[in-house]
Design a protein around this ligand. Structure first.
Ligand code: ADP
Ligand code: MG
Length: 204
C-alpha cells in the first residue's frame, strides 16, 4: 500500500481550507439549503484530524477511516457522500508504489461510488458538477500527477462557477426549484477545496 504521509497531508490541507472557508460554505447553504454545510464539513475534517496515524497501517486504511469518520460525524447529506468517496478510493488504491494512473483511477472509483449513492447526474447542481469535469481534465492532462491535479483544480473551479445558473434537481436545494438559480452549490465549493488540497499534497 502507498505511503500514508501525503494522504495525511491531503486531509490536513483540506481541514485548513474548510476551517478558513466554513462561513462562506455555510452562507452558500443559507441561500439554497439549511445553512449547515460549513459547520458540517468543519465537524468532519476535525474528526479526520483525530485519527491516530500510528494505528493506521497504510494509505488505503487511512482513507477508509477518514471516510468512516465523515459518515459517522457529519449529519448532512454531504457526510455520507464524501465518506463514500474516501472509503471507496481507499479500497481502490493499489499496494506499494502508485502511479498517476493508479491515483486517478482510485479517485474515479470513489466519485462513481458517490454518484451511485446520491443518484445525481452532472447538471443537477451538486458536487458531481465539480468532480466529473475535474476527473476528465486530470485524465486528459499531460505529465505528472501534479500536472493532472493542477488541471483538475482548474476544471473544478470552473465547474463550481457553472453551478451558479443551474436549477438544483437533487438534495435540499431542489426543494427551491427555480429559486435555486443564482447561487453556487455549496458542496461544489467544498469539493474544489478537496481537489486544491490534493494538488498541494501530491504536487511536485
Ligand atoms: P444537507 O443538504 O443535508 O444539509 P450539506 O449542506 O452538508 O447537507 O451538503 C449539501 C451538499 O451536498 C450540496 O451542496 C450538494 O453538493 C451535495 N449533495 C446533496 N445531495 C446530493 C446528491 N444526491 N448527490 C450528490 N451531491 C449531493
Ligand atoms: Mg445543508
Amino acid at each position: 500500500m502507498p505511503e500514508l504521509q501525503p494522504f495525511a497531508a491531503w486531509m490536513a490541507g483540506f481541514k485548513t481550507r474548510i476551517d478558513e472557508q466554513a462561513d462562506y460554505l455555510t452562507d452558500l447553504d443559507r441561500q439554497i439549503g439549511d445553512a449547515d454545510h460549513g459547520s458540517n464539513m468543519a465537524r468532519g475534517v476535525q474528526a479526520i484530524s483525530e485519527i491516530d496515524l500510528d494505528a493506521v497501517p497504510d494509505a488505503g486504511a487511512y482513507l477508509k477511516k477518514a471516510g468512516m469518520a465523515l459518515v459517522s460525524k457529519v449529519g448532512g447529506a454531504s457526510g455520507p457522500l464524501y465518506g463514500t468517496l474516501l472509503m471507496r478510493m481507499g479500497g481502490a488504491l493499489p499496494e506499494g508504489e502508485f502511479t498517476r494512473e493508479d491515483f486517478l483511477a482510485a479517485l474515479r472509483t470513489g466519485v462513481e461510488a458517490l454518484q451511485a449513492r446520491g443518484k445525481a447526474e452532472v447538471g443537477d447542481k451538486t458536487m458531481l458538477d465539480v468532480w466529473f469535469p475535474a476527473l476528465e481534465a486530470a485524465d486528459s492532462a499531460e505529465g505528472s500527477l501534479a500536472d493532472a491535479l493542477a488541471a483538475a483544480a482548474a476544471a473544478a473551479r470552473t465547474g463550481a462557477e457553472a453551478t451558479i445558473p443551474m436549477i438544483a434537481h437533487k438534495g435540499r436545494a431542489s426543494y427551491l426549484g427555480e429559486r435555486s438559480k443564482g447561487v453556487k452549490d455549496p458542496g461544489s465549493a467544498s469539493s474544489v477545496l478537496l481537489i486544491e488540497a490534493a494538488l498541494e499534497a501530491f504536487g511536485d
